[in-house]
Every structure is written in structure tokens, then in C-alpha cells.
Design a protein around this ligand. Structure first.
Ligand SMILES: [Zn+2]
Ligand SMILES: [Zn+2]
Length: 125
């Protein structure tokens, strides 16, 4: 039990220090830098635990793997298609504001949305 707690707090610290969304692989590498070597199952379990608590949020860039970041104010991302550099962006008018329109036109009650931007960063242009 002690070890799980240690991994969990190390992970929270990693998420706090790295504001851009991290892959599971990134997290494992950073845990190793902290001299922690938990098995993948433990890392996945901890991610699920933190995600269920709402402490971290999953981000999907369609890479075939999910990324996670510390939960904070609703925002979007722009990702460089070459070097995978990620920056946070917040929109002046968010899509969520249109939910009444979505209900009217589709009958769906939207719960969340995902809107990510792709491009080339300064270094890759
Ligand atoms: Zn780039
Ligand atoms: Zn973000």
C-alpha cells in the first residue's frame, strides 16, 4: 500500500510540473527519473484512479494513445504535427455555450466536447 501512495503522489507532482498533456510512456519515464519503477499495471491503475477522482483529465489527439493532464479551467490545445509540442489555448467563445442549440437540433444532451488544433510550431515551420 505504501508504494502505491508513493507512486500516486509522485504522479501528481509530475502532472503539476508538466502543464502539457502526458502519455503513459512520458509518465513512466518521469517516474523513473524520480527513481520509481512501478510496473505498467500500477501506472495504468493510478491514472484511472486520478482520472475517476477528476484530478486529471484525458486528452485525445487521435494518436492512438491517450494523454493526461492536471484538471484545470476548460481549455483546448494546439499540437505540432511534426515535433508534438503542445500549447494550451482558451477560446474567447467556447463551444459549450451552444448546448441548448445542440439539444434542439439533435435531441442529444452534450456532456463534453473535444476540440484540438493541429499545426506547425515556430521551430518546425
Ligand atoms: Zn514542432
Ligand atoms: Zn491542457
Amino acid at each position: 500500500m505504501y508504494k502505491t501512495t508513493k507512486v500516486r503522489s509522485a504522479m501528481l507532482e509530475i502532472f503539476t510540473r508538466n502543464p502539457t498533456p502526458l502519455t503513459t510512456r512520458d509518465i513512466i519515464l518521469k517516474l523513473k527519473q524520480n527513481h520509481l519503477n512501478p510496473n505498467k499495471t500500477t501506472v495504468y491503475r493510478e491514472i484511472e484512479f486520478l482520472n475517476n477522482l477528476g484530478l486529471i483529465t484525458g486528452v485525445d489527439f487521435g494518436e492512438g494513445k491517450k494523454r493526461y493532464e492536471l484538471t484545470r479551467k476548460h481549455h483546448h490545445h494546439i499540437i505540432c504535427i511534426k515535433c508534438k509540442t503542445i500549447k494550451d489555448i482558451s477560446l474567447e467563445k467556447d463551444l459549450g455555450l451552444d448546448s441548448s442549440k445542440i439539444i434542439k437540433t439533435t435531441g442529444f444532451k452534450p456532456i463534453s466536447h473535444s476540440l484540438e488544433f493541429f499545426g506547425l510550431c515556430k521551430n518546425c515551420q
